[in-house]
Design a protein around this ligand. Sequence first.
Ligand SMILES: [Zn+2]
Length: 475
Amino acid sequence: MRRTTIVILCLLAGLAVLGGVVVLAITRPEDPSERVSAATRNLSSSLREAVSPKGIMEHERRLQDIARQNGGNRAAGTPGYDASAEYVAQTLRQADYRVTVQKFELPVFQETEATSLERVSSDAREYDQGADFALMEYSGDGEVTAKIIPVDAAEGSSDSGCEAGDFDGFRAGGVALLQRGACTFEQKARNAEDAGAMAALIFDDSPSKSEAFAGTLGEPGTSIPVLGTSYPVGNELLREARGGGARVRISARTISVSHTTSNVIAETPRGDAGNMVMVGAHLDSVPEGPGINDNGSGSATILEIAEQIGEKDIETRNHVRFAFWGAEELGLVGSQHYMDSLSDSELDRTSAYLNFDMVGSPNHVRFVYGSDEVTTVFEDYFAARNLRSTETLNLAGRSDHGPFEEAGVPSGGLFSGAGGTKSGDQAETYGGEAGQPYDPCYHAACDDTSNVDREAVDEMSNAAAHAVAVFAERE
Ligand SMILES: [Zn+2]
């Protein structure tokens, strides 16, 4: 490095006599890689040497095999994800890590068909979903035709159904008509179910509320259909039930279940435990495909870095903690769960978080994002190798650095582009095709090993290894 610099300076000095423009070139900033300590340079180069695209692609092929054996994907809550987590945990254990599998619940709720509510007694009437009633989130599944049984409901009363005693005399097999207020919908629904109700209708609490409302039961577990209705609809059914009987037909087709999924976490055991840099990538795919670029590429990259540190016994000044997140695609669920359950002292020792979500896009750009403290490290690295990089805001809060950013941890990462379109300028800088997506197989079945650009993975993984070295050596 130093010798190259001297040669360039001599060359420039020689040329300087030819024109003032060249003289300016001599005053360019020092080589950015010279700004880091010798220890960092050493760690960076041994890590980059150890981490190879070949090793990364081996992990990618294993993830591809796992998807193939598990219905074509590795989505959160499916056997394909669990097998991916098992593979990562095993690889880490073989490299001498103590591995923590952090489990968490993943609620899934889906309304698979439109919900219906009809009054089938005397004056039949079909109510309007959205205007008259709404399905409660985490409602159970079922079709029922039964008699309405009001439960402690009255004009003005709103603690209807909050106590098990409210259901004294309730005839099992009926539809409980309850009123909103005083306790959670979940509690009312649970009491109704316990009393033998086939479904529960919870109507609004004030005559001024003429529109249906959207409510939630909080989590899966209720097995009967639960609907919220406007005040007028509830009141109409209440009056009819009292005046001789009202029957309704309800159809709610839902999937409401809770899957257990996990984050896989491992930390280097040596060095200053009080100073820890965290390195993460989401391990889950979308259900539509195997997710080998999104985000097998980031997962395989940090797995390879972890494996090499472990196997080659590479020493770092600080601790490095690796995290493979579950359920990112469902809204950063795994990383948010990690953050929510983190103690203050664990948060205190976290000096930075580096995130790698898609680093092998076929029509790639070297996007850098996050706080200055992190982006500078990547930008300096690329600049020192005459590689351009582009700062992007597109990933703001959209990947697992979000929860860290919110908690005030300096965070950021690399990104090679998803479903967005490459501009003409970007094609000029990076090559590839303008007007085409960075990743044509983004969130699709074709996101397999052939969708990963090896050169992109090579460049990005070297930058990742370098950034790990910088934070792992920082005092
Ligand atoms: Zn992703």
